[in-house]
Design a protein around this ligand. Structure first.
Ligand code: CTP
Ligand code: MG
Length: 181
């Protein structure tokens, strides 16, 4: 595969993991997952991680995976690239994993004294990638092994932070997000 094909495969395969965070921003609110509980001086996760946001994000990512599967053959033909479709466990793994990665990052942010909304450069851009890849390999090992080859994973790790910074800046400019990260 040439570089373009590797990057295209990586971005395509990660789309169900990119959408959950944005869906959570739009749908978030209601009861926080940690129920207000604290660990030491800080909240366990904080008010920014809610049941509603997590459920909405997981459903949105899974729905996108199913939609992408439906159009994968046509888009592959159009681009002349073999883009993967998503078996249900792969879609759920990517979407739920992205949410769990983000939740894990909030746990670490609170442990390191960062308030809700504080930036944690590096972690903010890659938490959901690590979670999504881990859950994809857990839920759909065969599919993940074929799709996320080493070059594809490398491309994902380089391209995702760039896309993430870009989309969050847009969400901030539109007033959908309180901080630009
Ligand atoms: N959100 C949610 N549930 C999640 C993730 C996000 O409800 N599992 C919503 C919350 O309204 C949150 C917003 O999306 O405030 C932005 O998400 P994020 O930046 O991840 O949360 P922060 O509020 O910045 O909190 P943290 O510092 O813990 O990341
Ligand atoms: Mg934030």
């Amino acid at each position: 595969m040439d570089l373009l094909a590797v990057v295209a495969t990586g971005v395509w395969a990660m789309l169900p993991a990119y959408v959950p965070n944005n869906a959570a921003v739009l749908a978030g609110g209601g009861r926080p997952i940690d129920g207000g509980r604290t660990l030491g001086d800080a909240r366990l996760l904080g008010d920014g991680k809610t049941w509603r946001g997590t459920l909405a994000g997981t459903l949105a990512g899974t729905a996108l995976a199913l939609a992408l599967s439906a159009v994968a053959p046509a888009v592959s033909d159009l681009l002349g690239l073999p883009l993967p479709s998503f078996p249900l466990p792969a879609g759920v793994g990517l979407a739920l994993g992205a949410m769990l990665g983000d939740i894990g990052a909030s746990f670490l942010k609170r442990r390191s004294g960062r308030e809700r909304g504080a930036a944690f450069p590096g972690l903010d851009q890659l938490d959901f990638v690590v979670g999504a890849l881990a859950c994809a390999f857990l839920f759909a090992p065969g599919w993940a092994g074929e799709t996320f080859t080493l070059p594809v994973v490398a491309a994902v790790l380089v391209v995702t932070p760039l896309l993430h910074v870009g989309t969050n800046a847009i969400a901030y400019a539109l007033g959908l997000k309180d901080e630009p990260w």
